[in-house]
Ligand binder design. Structure first.
Ligand code: AMP
Length: 293
């Protein structure tokens, strides 16, 4: 016998969301929020699972946020598959879904944004998407204020975004605890992403080269080779595999600043590269193995 999975409550307005979550809060339940843009895959579901492990109630937001797309980016063609997402979230045990219309989030006259520095101006994604993090931070601040969760879960897949949100939550005294979740990958190393759906069959075959070149560079850095040589060769390998490389950099994993002279611990390798019209991002830890004694 199969038991039917309950469908999560769907809230379309901030008022409905607050009523639904307010009732849980009143009965003393911990609430976790998982913000997404929908087109959900197993990576998103792993965030929901982490949220369920940490809180009694899980709310997932699905909102393709126009403010974080530049005019030349893929806002119009970004996949929107709400019914499919809802079925996945029901199966994953989410309790509620917040799915507002753009006008609910950005009503006539909307004029306020969050102003960022620190990790948001590290010279990585921000160099190529100069208005992106302001759009992300503003929607995340709004969602955290709307839902007032105890916990909010974000993927390490978007590593600079996670650093920006941690910084913002600390600086603005937003009460939610920000949790990072590891990146889920295909068997060949490609990080799961809603944008992988844009890849042609041929591009999909080449896509894992990005992560492979990053693993190669990280291994060489761990083995004590100079950063610049490892980065130079990996950049050449990525371009040679047919990517247009936006950046491949090693940074301090906490601040995203360039590594201090001689720094070998707490480093992160971050990259963005385009295959045809699809832009892929990835990042991995570069922790050196502890010295053998
Ligand atoms: P998005 O819908 O792309 O805005 O992503 C929503 C959340 O899912 C963000 O916190 C992402 O970092 C996270 N996410 C996206 N892809 C993955 C992945 N492959 N593994 C883990 N988390 C992910």
């Amino acid at each position: 016998m199969t038991s039917a999975v309950p469908t999560p409550a769907v809230h379309k307005t901030v008022a409905e969301l607050r009523r639904g979550l307010g009732a849980w809060r009143k009965s003393g339940e911990r609430i976790a929020l998982v913000p997404t843009m929908g087109a959900l895959h197993a990576g998103h579901i792993s965030l929901v699972e982490l949220a369920r492990a940490k809180a009694g109630r899980v709310v997932v937001s699905i909102f393709v946020n126009p403010a974080q797309f530049a005019p030349n980016e893929d806002f119009a063609r970004y996949p929107r598959v709400f019914e499919q997402d809802l079925a996945l979230l029901a199966a994953a045990g989410a309790d509620a879904v917040f799915h507002p219309a753009p006008g609910e989030i950005y009503p006539e006259g909307f004029a306020t944004t969050v102003s960022l520095a620190g990790p948001a101006t590290a010279g990585l994604e921000d160099r190529f998407r100069p208005t992106h993090f302001q759009g992300v931070a503003t929607i995340v601040a709004k969602l955290l204020i709307q839902a007032l969760p105890d916990i909010a879960v974000f993927g390490e897949k978007d590593f600079q975004q996670l650093a920006v949100i941690r910084r913002m939550a600390a600086d603005l005294d937003l009460p939610a605890q920000i949790l990072g979740a590891p990146t889920l990958r295909e068997a060949d190393g490609l990080a799961l992403s809603s944008r992988n759906a844009y890849l042609s069959e041929r591009e999909r075959k080449f896509a894992p080269h990005l992560n492979q070149a990053m693993q190669w560079a990280a291994g060489r850095i761990r083995a004590g080779e100079p950063l610049e040589a490892a980065l130079r060769d990996a950049r050449a390998a990525i371009s040679g595999a047919g990517f247009n490389l936006d950046y491949l950099e090693v940074r301090d994993a906490g601040t995203l600043a360039p590594p201090a002279v001689g720094q070998i611990q707490g480093l992160r390798l971050l990259a963005a590269a385009r295959l045809g019209t699809t832009r892929l991002i990835d990042n991995i830890a570069v922790d050196a193995a502890p010295a053998k004694g």
